[in-house]
Design a protein around this ligand. Structure first.
Ligand code: SAH
Length: 603
């Protein structure tokens, strides 16, 4: 989901209090409430009837969230509703925050996505009643949005109804990413063998569809328009020329990715106007770069004038696309222009892409931060190790793309996630615990930097999680009250002598120490060496906690001492905590005194 502007409308004191919990997790949101002495300092206040406020916000905001009774909201918005392609998405939250409902504009208005996000922030189940959600199918009217496709003509209602009834829907896809097809559930109604007898048709192409009914069209933006023109040519001539070329070839206007031309045209008014109006990408090339493109119709006249024998054809090819329509010349009283069309193998997307680096905590869903849950709700794709994906499965939607690779393929996983984000998707990379503690966050950032990342695109947001040592500390009491450190015993990426040096230093410096990756099936000796190092530096009765599968099914926690550690109890799902010289055991609790000097009542 790309960030929209969201108005949270909470007239009552209880609603205002609840809304404040949401603002933090909803980028670009504002809160409106009634003027009151105790109104939230972040809120804007409104006087007069609520319907006046709704009238003002209706066209300004992408989504309206009402913390109000559903019936009141229905009456309020009824007079403003026009069409689902124009109306804002409407979400209703009850004042206690136990129910979040996508009321209107579920797909095009983004209300379903926002409802999921708010539900994640409040820790409740979203109420989403659209048919596609019930069938675990992508909604046909938002299908292409993650890929930057444009909606074409169509009877959207009829096709959506056919899908809802699970009638056969024939799909023709001639270009654009087929990723959406990979998440279709068993028994979905789409047929990928063209069929004229299907109940409805879905056309995904940069071409115009054949006339069929009911049918809807999505146009991946694969077409690059090469333009050459005389100075001062009008936007109207450029538009009518491009339209004529596309129409004569059966190509779709909505499939235009952008225009390409000579760098001298960077300030060509008509061209800029048109590009802005249609939100096209612009590519300008110097004459030398255009001159080397192989084109079918070079011209010596053009070469003499601007230093390259071709502008329109050469510029369209220079974008990295294949010429499919040779140049045509058009004139009107404002001047002359040439138009050529090339097709790129991959669609252009104006979406910048986003990477969330998410720590999902030790295991239980309750230990994942609401921010991380909201981020997961935003994502088009989730990348992670299978075990961690399985742990968060209830938070995922069937329409999200899942890339679950085996544990050893960290670099491939990071690169896969970056590649998805570079194509405009919002992507989560999940690690258990904290993503930045022996997790994927650092690797993803390193890979980005190695690829020359500008720090902006794709955007990166890190969502912290509860790491294993915190989870263990919480389960056994408060052993991290004084200085502590974490050491991983895995020598896959760190030479063992370095690990041993750190163990010795930590033991001597009297840190409480958490040992991550303590022992694998092939690394048996490391943990024994580590224990020996600590036995030399600390008393034999120093408390030790050995915890396996914390906050997961089959959790075990075993308290022992340095002298009695049984390394056979330890494996890769285990974290080991060794107390410092003053760590004390009280029953099944460990405490490392901070130094307040609290005495027992009987002394
Ligand atoms: N990013 C993770 C650590 C990954 S390294 C985090 O912040 O927790 C993997 C090691 O972490 C495991 O070998 C184990 O030592 C520890 N670990 C992770 N989750 C654990 C859990 N739920 N219970 C016990 N140990 C865990």
């Amino acid at each position: 989901m790309v960030s929209n502007s969201i108005a949270v409308i909470a007239p009552t004191p209880a609603g205002d209090r609840l809304a404040q919990r949401l603002l933090d997790g909803l980028p670009n949101s504002g809160l409106w409430t009634k003027p009151r002495p105790d109104a939230s300092p972040h809120a804007q206040t409104y006087e007069g009837p609520l319907s006046d406020l709704v009238a003002t916000l209706w066209d300004q905001q992408d989504q309206l969230v009402f913390v109000l009774a559903v019936g009141a909201v229905v009456r309020l918005i009824a007079p403003f509703l026009t069409h689902k392609s124009q109306d804002p998405g409407i979400v209703v939250v009850d004042e206690t925050g136990s129910l979040v409902l996508s009321l209107c504009g579920g797909h095009l208005g983004g209300a379903d996505d926002l409802t999921r996000r708010i539900a994640a922030l409040l820790g409740v189940s979203p109420v989403i009643t659209s048919a596609s959600a019930a069938l675990d199918l992508p909604a046909v009217d938002t299908l292409g949005l993650p890929y930057g496709w444009r909606r074409g003509e169509g009877d959207w209602l009829a096709v959506a109804a056919a899908i809802a009834h699970q009638d056969p829907v024939s799909v023709t896809q001639t270009c654009g990413w087929a990723l959406w097809q990979t998440v279709l559930p068993e028994g979905h109604p789409f047929q990928f063998v063209p069929s004229e007898t299907a109940a409805a048709h879905l056309w995904i192409s940069d071409r115009q569809p054949p006339p069929r009914s009911p049918q809807v069209c999505w146009h991946p933006r694969t077409l690059w328009v090469g333009v050459g023109c005389e100075r001062g040519v009008s936007a109207a001539l450029l538009e009518s020329s491009i339209r004529q070329v596309l129409q004569s070839q059966g190509l779709a206007w909505e499939a235009i990715a952008g225009v390409a031309s000579l760098d001298l045209k960077q300030d060509e008014q008509g061209l800029l106007e048109l590009a802005q109006q249609w939100d096209w990408a612009l590519h300008f090339f110097p004459a030398e770069q255009l001159a080397i493109q192989p084109v079918p119709n070079p011209s010596t006249v053009v070469a003499d004038a601007v230093g390259t024998p071709s502008v329109a054809e050469a510029a369209a090819i220079a974008v990295g696309a294949v010429l499919i329509v040779e140049k045509q010349v058009f004139r009107d009283p404002s001047g002359a222009c040439t138009v050529a069309i090339a097709r790129a193998a991959q669609e252009y997307t104006p979406r910048p892409g986003k990477l969330y680096l998410i720590g999902t905590g030790p295991g239980a869903l309750s230990q994942i931060t609401p921010a991380a849950q909201a981020a997961l709700a935003d994502c088009d794709a989730i990348v992670g190790y299978q075990l961690y994906i399985d742990l968060i499965r209830p938070l995922l939607r069937p329409t999200q793309v899942i890339d679950a690779r085996p544990i050893t393929q960290e670099v491939q996983r990071a690169e896969a996630a970056i590649a998805l984000a570079q194509r405009g998707l919002t992507v989560a990379v999940v690690s258990s615990g904290d993503c930045g503690i022996y997790g994927m966050a650092g690797l993803v950032l390193e890979c980005l930097v190695a690829q020359g990342w500008d720090g902006q695109t794709p955007a990166v947001e890190v969502c912290p999680g509860i790491t294993a040592l915190q989870a263990l500390a919480a389960r056994v009491g408060a052993p991290l009250m004084h200085d502590f450190c974490a050491i991983s015993l895995s020598d896959l990426l760190t030479p063992w002598p370095v690990i041993e040096q750190r163990l010795t230093a930590a033991a001597q410096a009297d840190f409480v120490v958490a040992l991550y990756n303590p022992r694998s099936r092939t690394r048996l000796q490391g943990i024994q060496t580590a224990v020996d190092i600590f036995r030399q530096a600390r008393p034999k009765d120093t408390p030790v906690a050995i915890a396996r599968s914390l906050y997961r099914d089959g959790e075990t926690i075993h308290l022992t001492t340095l002298a009695d550690i049984d390394v056979d109890q330890i494996d890769m799902l285990t974290v080991v905590l060794i107390g410092n010289q003053s760590t004390q055991r009280h029953g099944d609790r460990l405490v490392t005194p901070r130094g307040y000097g609290v005495r027992s009542s009987d002394t």
